[in-house]
Design a protein around this ligand. Structure first.
Ligand code: ADP
Ligand code: MG
Length: 348
């Protein structure tokens, strides 16, 4: 016990792997334990899905610009997104909170207004939780429970070479929303008389402060009679999630830079901030879009759909995971995804 290893040397995923590599499963009902967006449990004629997320003040949110109602809404959304990523439907949530004495009843009521609104919008029931005091700041932990027909379950691990790599919506907006909020916060900190300039950026601000989970995408897939071969939700960034999907599927991938969907607002803002829009779309987190693969034979079902963009294809593992630039050059994709430990190191 004398050795002391810095946790930052492992990173978030290295730490999870280290702690869970000898995890033993003893129940036949435990179909999938760690390593996907949700755990999968045999519930008779269906699978039950369970996913949990922890949100900490100062790490995942900043109350100086995140309204509590939005935070409540977002804390539910981020969990529902993981259930949709299994091609499932969320049914229940539990919500646990830790509160410092800084928070009034009215403040926590605001948080719960957002929680109830998300529950209503997505038709999920709040069924429990836990409440505690906290030494510092606000802590929110949500667990989502859902279900999926056995034949519809979609893991991260089913992608095969030549499958098409598809993403819903557009990417990078949430990150640019955060940049605007951080910029206005620092202007305000330096000169409290200056009012924040948030005008014209509603789209990216909403992506950051009040994201949605892609329930509609799951419904669309059902309508088009498409069962993805693999799926993951984009919480950390396209690059990081593509790497997870390829690792679990034991394959490689080629992503075409020019195909990555970026909203014009996001694109122009990235330029204003002197950032590369592609880098933002690849590595900015919290978009909560779905990344999935489909068999080539399903191409006709998806082409022309406003919901989806084909951004590349799956390759043999030996070819690695590559980003093909507009000029045709190929670079190995590396993840600079959002990692709480890294962010902390950067002092964010
Ligand atoms: P997501 O980004 O989809 O929420 P994570 O990257 O947080 O997924 O987690 C990846 C996997 O590791 C999940 O299966 C999750 O349940 C599991 N996991 C994360 N932290 C722990 C932990 N401390 N102990 C056990 N399993 C964990
Ligand atoms: Mg996920």
């Amino acid at each position: 016990m004398d050795n002391k290893t810095e946790i930052t040397s492992l990173g978030e995923f290295g730490l999870i792997n280290h702690l869970t590599k000898d995890n033993k499963i003893s129940h036949p009902e435990t179909i999938k334990a760690i390593g996907d967006d949700a755990a999968v449990i045999d519930a008779g004629d269906k699978y039950m899905l369970v996913s949990t997320d922890l949100l900490l003040e100062g790490i995942h949110f900043d109350l100086s610009y995140c309204p509590l109602k939005h935070l409540g809404y977002k804390s539910i959304i981020v969990n529902l997104s993981d259930i949709y990523a299994m091609n499932g439907q969320p049914k229940q949530v539990t919500v646990s909170i830790g509160l410092s004495n800084r928070f009034s009843l009215e403040a926590i009521e605001e948080l719960y207004k957002g929680i109830y609104l998300a529950c209503k919008q997505y038709n999920v029931d709040l069924v429990g939780g836990d409440t505690s005091s906290s030494r510092q700041g606000l802590i929110i932990s949500v667990t989502a429970i859902g279900e999926v027909k056995k034949e519809k379950i979609t893991y991260r691990s089913g992608a095969k070479p030549n499958d098409l790599l598809v993403v819903s919506g557009d990417l990078g907006g949430s990150f640019m929303g955060l940049q605007i909020l951080e910029r206005e916060k620092s202007v305000f900190t330096e000169n409290p008389k200056v009012q924040p300039d948030l005008g014209g950026n509603d789209y990216v601000l909403e992506r950051q402060l009040k994201p949605e989970a892609r329930k509609d995408v799951i419904e669309q897939l059902e309508l088009l009679q498409i069962k993805p071969t693999s799926m993951i939700d984009i919480s950390d960034g396209l690059a990081s999630e593509t790497i997870h999907l390829c690792q679990q599927s034991e394959c490689g991938a080629s992503i075409y830079d020019e195909k990555i969907p970026i909203d014009p607002t996001t694109y122009n803002l990235a330029r204003d901030f002197e950032l590369d829009p592609s880098v933002i779309a690849l590595n900015g987190g919290e978009d909560y879009e779905l990344l999935f693969t489909i068999a080539q034979s399903d191409y006709d079902k998806i082409k022309g759909s406003p919901f989806f963009t084909i951004i590349g294809h799956i390759t043999d593992k030996s070819l690695g995971i590559n980003l093909i630039a507009k000029n045709g050059t190929s670079h190995e994709l590396t993840a600079q995804g959002w990692d709480a430990f890294l962010r902390k190191q950067k002092g964010l």
